[in-house]
Write a protein of this length. Structure first.
Lengths: 102, 488
């Protein structure tokens, strides 16, 4: 966990996150990520062998366990109302720039 | 109070209580429409300085107020919040009203539905004034990360109101609403409430529906109220709490009458004090105020004993790994396809995604998306994300052990009082450390209330955090009431 984040890591992670950082943003990000991850490295002090990861807390309180809903179709928002918020549509679908070059 | 406090520009004004306003409206002494108009007047006067409201929902508010007046005139039964002016943090959606989440990436978006907490407030008679400023996507501890400018603290306008629900706390402190809703992921209700001298509630995870809450970190996000006093905050929670089929994490547990519960004396309750929250980094004046508050609880008949929460020091890294990982997934949906502006400078689909996000997100949001994406990426998942989830279990379990011995745990809400605008913006890690006393309850899913508990010599409010176990908000309210009663 003490691995240093490199400029290449920042570029790779930005690509995964669908972002493109300016050179100034990259420099700042490199500094901040390393500072934060250095701080986070203190978790290594703890032996967590055999500890089951806690992904969500509803299991902890007796009465707060969530209940799956019945698998039935219920009314939903009207398509026209939802599509009206999109930058570009043909009323039935969201329009985006061409995906496949031919 | 020292002379320093008198020099500071203050906008503090205490709203009337729900009981007073309810009586005024039921008897016709005050019309809900006039009350709403007086709040819009006050907002017009002080908002240019405090920057609390991002948009107003006047038409909807006045229509609701008129129907309350009509019901009152006929002698019809009125809801528990009939005519009460309430403000909504701009991460909760209201049909047709702007919903920015403090971000440019949602500029122009008009959601086609109401959040469940919003519709429940309105069904109880509340008059919804508008949408309130916050840190972008609720990511921040000072409200300085809003794309629409920072909110100023009504107690001292050179200081931050806290974050991310800084606007919601400031609105109540400056009487720009009688009560407000906020959201709390790592402290975003409790810390600003303590900075502004108001009451803020972190409900148990699952207690309040998140349907219509713009998600930040879904295993942590909660919706909760702010009010000027504990009883009113308890009333608000009673209105918005309870099962909602539209939120899969919503708890089916019955909802007690929190306001009535808060009336019960705190006498006989067992209070735990964790030494880990009183160590290095705690401002001496904050410590003194909280210790005085603990003495007041003893005087009210509570028994006080030390409890041990040794993993507390690991909570900040645990929180920032879990929260940012979830944020990186939740914020993937903002890509210029379904809502918000689309970058015009895009030849291909992936350019469009990237440019829409680059132009829409602010620096802190980008930082958290990057950190979270890194923590989830191949080769680092086990070392960061999984490790953090394991430590999260240790933190939760030690709370459960402590609550086997005590009914409530009291701590400072924040290690420091409200800091100055710009003081921490250059150092993200220093800003994260401001959350040190609040992220633990977030990770454990337990509930809490922050209540004003004295002030510093400079007149800055200090908040005491009262924590209770899952679904035990009633106990936290009782303890908070005792602290509140001792302040006057």
């Amino acid at each position: 966990m003490t691995t240093k984040v490199t400029v290449e890591d920042v570029a790779r992670v930005a690509e995964l996150a669908h972002m493109e950082l300016t050179p100034a943003e990259t420099a700042g990000m490199l500094h901040d990520l390393n500072a934060i991850l250095d701080y986070a490295a203190q978790l290594n002090e703890l032996d967590t062998t055999g500890v089951v990861p806690l992904a969500q807390v509803s299991e902890l309180g007796d009465a707060s366990a969530s209940v799956p809903r019945p698998d039935v179709v219920l009314p939903s928002l009207d398509r026209d109302v939802v599509m009206a918020q999109a930058p570009e549509t043909d009323q039935a679908f969201f329009k985006v720039p061409k995906v496949i070059e031919r | 109070m020292s002379s320093e406090a008198k020099v500071a520009e203050s906008y503090v004004e205490k709203p009337k209580t729900l009981a007073e306003l309810g009586e005024d409206i039921a008897t016709g002494r005050t019309k809900a429409t006039d009350l709403a108009a007086s709040y819009f007047d006050r907002i017009d006067r002080v908002n240019p300085r405090l920057n609390v409201y991002l948009s107003l929902t006047k038409e909807r508010a006045l229509a609701q107020a008129a129907s309350v007046d009509a019901a009152a005139a006929k002698g019809d039964p009125l809801g528990p919040l009939a005519g009460i002016p309430v403000g909504i943090k701009d991460v909760l959606v209201m049909q047709g009203a702007p919903a920015t989440a403090g971000s440019k990436v949602l500029q122009g978006y008009r959601p086609p539905y109401d959040a469940t907490s919003v519709s429940r407030l309105e069904a109880a008679g509340a008059v919804l004034l508008g949408k309130i400023n916050c840190d972008e996507f609720a990511m921040g501890s000072s409200n300085e990360n809003s794309a629409y400018g920072p909110v100023r603290n009504p107690v001292d306008t050179e200081r931050v109101p806290g974050g991310s629900s800084g606007g919601s706390a400031a609105a109540v402190a400056a009487n720009m609403a009688v009560a407000t809703l906020g959201s709390d992921t790592g402290g975003s209700i409790r810390q600003p409430a303590s900075f502004c001298g108001v009451v803020g509630v972190l409900p148990t995870y699952g207690r309040v529906s998140r349907y219509g809450l713009i998600a930040y970190a879904s295993s942590l996000d909660r919706v909760g109220p702010f009010a000027a006093n504990v009883r009113d905050a308890a009333t608000l929670l009673g209105v918005i709490a309870g099962f909602d089929p539209k939120d899969a994490t919503s708890s089916p547990a019955p909802v007690p009458d929190f306001a009535a519960e808060s009336d019960k004396p705190a006498e006989g309750l067992r209070i735990g004090v964790p030494a880990e929250y009183f160590g290095e980094g705690l401002d001496p004046e904050v410590r003194a105020a909280i210790e005085k508050g603990i003495d007041q609880l003893k005087a009210a008949g509570c028994s006080v004993k030390p409890v041990s929460l040794p993993h507390t020091r690991y909570a900040i890294p645990t929180y920032y790994l879990v929260a940012t990982a979830e944020a990186s997934a939740n914020l993937a949906r903002f890509d210029g396809v379904r809502y918000g502006p689309r970058s015009q400078d895009s030849g291909t689909l992936s350019d469009m995604y990237r440019h829409s996000r680059d132009e829409g997100f602010g620096a802190e949001v980008k930082r958290r998306i990057m950190l979270g994406t890194y923590a989830l990426s191949a080769g680092y998942y086990d070392a960061y994300y999984l490790k953090a989830q394991q430590v999260r279990r240790l933190l939760a379990e030690e709370f459960l052990r402590a609550f086997a011995e005590v009914d409530a745990i009291v701590t400072p809400t924040s290690p420091v009082p409200a800091f100055k605008l710009g003081e921490k913006t250059g150092d993200p890690l220093a800003m994260y450390l401001a959350d040190i006393y609040t992220v633990t309850a977030s990770l454990a899913g337990i509930c809490g209330v922050t209540v004003p508990c004295g002030e510093t010599r400079a007149g800055l409010p200090v908040g005491m955090q009262v924590l209770a176990t899952h679904l035990n908000e009633a106990t936290a309210f009782r303890v908070a009431r005792a602290v509140e009663a001792a302040q006057n």
